[in-house]
Design a protein around this ligand. Structure first.
Ligand SMILES: [Zn+2]
Length: 103
């Protein structure tokens, strides 16, 4: 299954891209991620270490509000996601460049 085209599968009206937010410690916001495998409780919530993590895209119908969410095939490297989740943006960029070879 791929991301939807720009029409709603229920009513055929236009859809707009967005994302879902998770609220964490102290109401800190972050975009939701899909995590591979079944949830397993850890000290700080479900364990994510060593699992594939993919940022979720959500599409909302502008007419009926129907939502579809997708975890695109492009996976963000775990080291990047960990830095993002810790709020270390510069480290996340560095890890992304290391993982992808981007300049
Ligand atoms: Zn619709």
């Amino acid at each position: 299954m791929s991301a939807p085209d720009e029409s709603c599968p229920k009513c055929k009206a236009d859809c707009e891209e967005g994302f879902l937010v998770d609220y964490a410690h102290a109401d800190r916001r972050r975009a939701a991620s899909w995590i591979s495998g079944a949830p397993e409780n850890g000290w700080l919530g479900p364990k994510t270490t060593g699992r594939r993590q993919i940022r979720v895209k959500a599409f909302r119908c502008t007419a009926c509000g129907y939502l579809e969410s997708f975890a695109p095939k492009v996976a963000v490297p775990e080291a990047v996601m960990e830095a993002i989740h810790r709020g270390e943006k510069i480290l996340a960029i560095k890890r992304f460049r290391e993982a992808t070879g981007a300049a």
